[in-house]
Design a protein around this ligand. Structure first.
Ligand code: FES
Ligand SMILES: [Fe+2]
Length: 440
């Protein structure tokens, strides 16, 4: 049993506008709590429909220690299940993707249909009921080719998020993409340190010389472009409008969606700023900036005209996080002809390695007996504050739902965490015609 009182005390110790108390990063009890209360209660961007490119197939991933399988049946219907056999609990499908008409557990060969029904189990007693031993279903949503899964039986509302993201993402035609490359990094740091790092660019100027060439790293609540660069922004807006694309920003309780311009002369998030793939995802487009869609608790994506890059941070232990990166390009693009993997991946590969070093260094300092929570820079770290506020609110909501006690002191609420769901098209962020980027 989790000691929810203890977690509530830790959250209550947090000073508004400051990093978290040490045990919220390092406690083994907190890690278990995070898996259950955060990763178990949030929508997770598990992958993409193009990873199951043909009818009858599956995509298996692990979310906070729980194996999950998403299936696509012969009619193109997507379903998600706990990837845990109803016999003795073995993982039915190894993590990865494949074509299958049925799913066979490797241990004793129980066989499941793609709709989760158990269709074969050898030598079971006469009173055994296959119908009672199907795979346990999970909630799944497909937004323009992006697959979201929630482990909770009562997931957060999805409609507003879909309304915000779908119109902006649909022109990127992810349903017609393929994974050109993917890799993983094991980072010796708590997942919250990984995400805090990903939610600010206060560190970018010094730590990411390559990213800075293409990525507008300046962050200001008044807008991130100087007056001299406004013509650049205006030209971007004109191009985006001409292409019939939306740009947001749309901010919800657990998402941020915004299309923004890259630096002058740069059309893609590559080292040289040149498009990484000749076959475009957005037909007829060129420099349309990047559509950044970020989802708490674990991911962000950048969609440019030519590619979408996916970043996901998954905790595997209190001090260990697996970062998965995927690059999507047009499914008909030919490697070596239309794109070069090195050119496509170099910028995020070098950036992710730089961030890994920053996170591991951050973790070492947080481990210190001398660690004290420190203040965020505003506006440069406003999205880190937003993340920490979201985490604390989510933690308190979960504890309240389990104990019936809401111990949340009013003064601990963050300035942005009070954001509530608003109708589509509205920004639940103070006074925003243009949001600060300030994050990767
Ligand atoms: S655990 Fe799956 S068939 Fe035995
Ligand atoms: Fe970074």
């Amino acid at each position: 049993m989790l000691d929810l009182e203890r977690i509530r005390d830790l959250v209550n110790q947090r000073r508004s506008g400051h990093t978290l108390p040490q045990d919220l990063y390092n406690g083994s009890e907190v890690f278990k709590f995070d898996i259950e209360a955060i990763f178990g209660q949030s929508w997770i961007l598990a992958g993409f429909t193009c990873e199951i490119p043909r009818p009858r197939g599956y995509l298996a991933v692990t979310i906070g220690g729980s194996p999950v399988v998403i299936t696509r049946d012969g009619e193109g219907v997507y379903r998600a299940f706990h990837n845990s056999c109803r016999h003795r609990g073995a993982q039915v499908c190894a993590d990865g993707a494949g074509g299958r008409a049925r799913l066979t557990c490797p241990y004793h060969q129980w066989v499941y249909d793609l709709d989760g029904r158990l269709v074969h189990a050898r030598n079971m007693p006469e009173d055994f009921e296959p119908a009672e031993h199907g795979l346990r279903p999970l909630h799944v949503e497909n937004v323009a080719g992006a697959l979201f899964v929630c482990l909770s039986e009562t997931p957060p509302s999805f409609a507003r998020f879909r309304a915000d993201l779908e119109p902006l993402l649909a022109p990127h035609r992810l349903e017609g993409a393929k994974i050109a490359f993917q890799n993983t990094l094991v980072e010796r740091g708590n997942w919250k340190l990984v995400m805090e790092n990903a939610r600010e660019c206060y560190h970018c100027g010094v730590s990411h010389p390559e990213l800075c060439l293409t990525f507008p790293i300046e962050s200001s609540i008044d807008g991130h472009f100087t007056a001299a660069e406004d013509a650049h922004y205006d030209a971007f807006v004109a191009r985006v409008e001409e292409a019939g694309l939306g740009k947001g920003p749309f901010i919800g309780p657990w998402w941020q969606v915004e299309r923004f311009p890259l630096n002058k002369g740069h059309a893609s998030l590559t080292i040289d700023g040149a498009l990484a793939c000749r076959k475009l995802m957005v037909e007829g487009a060129g420099d349309i900036g990047s559509l950044r869609w970020a989802i708490e608790p674990h991911s962000f994506c950048h969609s440019t005209a030519d590619t979408t890059v996916y970043f996901s941070a998954m905790p595997t232990a209190s001090g260990e996080t697996v970062v998965t990166c995927k690059w999507l390009v047009h499914k008909d693009a030919v490697e070596g002809v239309d794109y070069d993997v090195e050119h496509l991946t170099a910028l995020w590969n070098v950036t992710n390695l730089q961030d890994r070093d920053l996170v591991e260094n951050n973790q070492r300092g947080v481990n210190s007996v001398g660690y004290m929570p420190g203040p965020y820079s505003l506006p440069d770290e406003s999205y880190v504050q937003r993340f920490s506020d979201w985490y604390c609110d989510k933690a308190m909501d979960y504890i309240a739902s389990r104990t019936g006690v809401d111990g949340r002191p009013i003064e601990l609420r963050g300035v942005i965490s009070g954001a509530v769901e608003s109708p589509p098209g509205q920004v639940t962020h103070a006074d925003q015609s243009r949001l600060p980027l300030g994050q990767q």
